[in-house]
Design a protein around this ligand. Structure first.
Ligand code: HEC
Ligand code: HEC
Length: 273
C-alpha cells in the first residue's frame, strides 16, 4: 500500500508537467492560427495594429483633454466602450471629429486622413493597442443588405418582423460587440453559441423533429422546429437525440465593405427601450 501511494505521488508531478507542456503547445498553436486567421481572412475587414497604435498617440494629444484617457470624460459618451449618443459608423465618427458636435461644445479638428483612421481604429479596438478594430459601415446600406441581397431576413426576425427559425436579432446591437458580430458572419462555426445549436430528435413513434435548441435540462429539451412551432420534448420519450456542431448559417459571401455595413446595421438594433 505504501509503495503504491509513493508511486502515485511520484507520477503525478510528471503527468501534470507533461500535460502543461502539451496544453501550452496547444495554446501556442491556437494563438498562432488565430493570428494568421486574423491576418488573412479578416485582414481587409479590420484596421491594422499600426493604425490602432498611431491612433492611441493622436487620441492622447487631441481628445484626452475633454474625453480623458479613460474615454469616459464626457457625460453620456464612453469612447472606449463604443457608447455614443447615437449609433455611429466609422464615417460618422470621422465626421464628428472633423466638424465637431453640439454647436462647438466639441470643436471640429483638422486632422490628416491617416490620423482620423488611427483614432477610429483606436476607438473600435476599445482603446487596446493589441486589440482588434472591426470596421463599422453604414447602417442604412446594411439594412438594405439585411432585407435584400444578404437574405438575412429570410431566417431572422427583427422587431416583430420575419420568421422565428433563427435567433431574433432585435437587440443584438446591445448584446454583441462588433468583433463578435463579424466572427458570426465570417466564420459561423467558431461563433456558434452552445444553446443555439441545431438539434435532431426521433420520437418513439418514428417522427423526426429538426429545430434549433432554445433550452435544455436533464430531462427535457425546448426547441423551435422548422415550422416555427415551440416544442418541449421529454428526453426519455426519444429514441434518438443529436445536437449538431455545424451551424445552420453559412459563412457570408458578401464583400468586406458590405459586411461592415451589416455590422453597422446590427449595432443599431437595440431592442425596445
Ligand atoms: C473641447 C473638448 C473636446 C475635445 C477636444 C474632443 N471632444 Fe468629443 N465631445 C466633446 C463633448 C462635450 C461631447 C458631447 C457633445 C454632446 O453633448 O452631444 C463630445 C462628443 C463626442 C462623440 C459622440 C458624438 C455623438 O454623436 O454621440 C465622439 C464620438 C467624440 N466626441 C469623439 C472625439 C474624438 C475622437 C476626439 C479627438 C479627436 C474628441 N472627441 C475631442 C468634447 C470634446
Ligand atoms: C438559413 C438561415 C439563416 C440565414 C440566411 C442567416 N442566418 Fe444568421 N443565424 C441563423 C441561425 C440558425 C443562427 C444560430 C446559430 C446557427 O445555428 O448558425 C444564426 C445566428 C446569427 C447571429 C448570432 C446571434 C447571436 O446571438 O450571437 C447573427 C448576428 C446572425 N445570425 C446574423 C445574420 C445576418 C446578418 C445574416 C445575413 C447576412 C444571416 N444571419 C443569415 C440562420 C440564418
Amino acid at each position: 500500500m505504501r509503495v503504491m501511494v509513493s508511486k502515485i505521488r511520484h507520477r503525478m508531478p510528471s503527468f501534470i508537467s507533461l500535460s502543461i507542456f502539451w496544453l501550452s503547445a496547444f495554446l501556442v498553436l491556437l494563438t498562432t492560427t488565430e493570428q494568421s486567421l486574423a491576418q488573412s481572412a479578416y485582414a481587409d475587414h479590420q484596421y491594422t495594429s499600426e493604425d490602432i497604435e498611431a491612433g492611441s498617440r493622436v487620441y492622447v494629444a487631441e481628445c484626452a483633454l475633454c474625453h480623458q484617457r479613460s474615454g469616459s470624460g464626457v457625460d453620456g459618451v464612453d469612447l472606449r466602450l463604443g457608447q455614443f449618443r447615437r449609433p455611429l459608423s466609422d464615417n460618422d465618427l470621422r465626421e464628428v471629429i472633423t466638424t465637431g458636435v453640439s454647436n462647438g461644445r466639441m470643436p471640429g479638428l483638422d486632422l490628416r486622413q491617416d490620423e482620423l483612421d488611427g483614432i477610429v481604429a483606436y476607438i473600435r479596438a476599445g482603446f487596446d493597442p493589441s486589440g482588434i478594430a472591426v470596421k463599422v459601415g453604414d447602417a442604412a446600406r446594411g439594412q438594405m443588405l439585411f432585407e435584400g441581397e444578404g437574405q438575412c431576413s429570410s431566417c431572422h426576425r427583427v422587431n416583430g418582423r420575419g420568421p422565428r427559425v433563427a435567433p431574433d436579432l432585435s437587440d443584438i446591437g446591445v448584446v454583441r460587440t462588433p468583433a463578435a458580430l463579424q466572427r458570426t458572419l465570417l466564420e459561423p462555426s467558431s461563433a456558434l453559441l452552445p444553446i443555439n445549436r441545431p438539434v435532431r430528435a426521433v420520437t418513439r413513434d418514428g417522427q423526426t423533429i429538426r429545430g434549433r435548441r432554445l433550452n435544455e435540462d436533464t430531462y427535457t429539451v425546448q426547441l423551435i422546429d422548422s415550422e416555427e412551432r415551440l416544442l418541449s420534448l421529454i428526453k426519455s420519450d426519444l429514441v434518438e437525440y443529436e445536437v449538431s456542431e455545424t451551424p445552420t448559417m453559412e459563412p457570408t459571401t458578401l464583400s468586406s465593405d458590405e459586411v461592415a455595413d451589416l455590422i453597422g446595421y446590427l449595432l443599431t438594433l437595440e431592442g425596445l427601450r
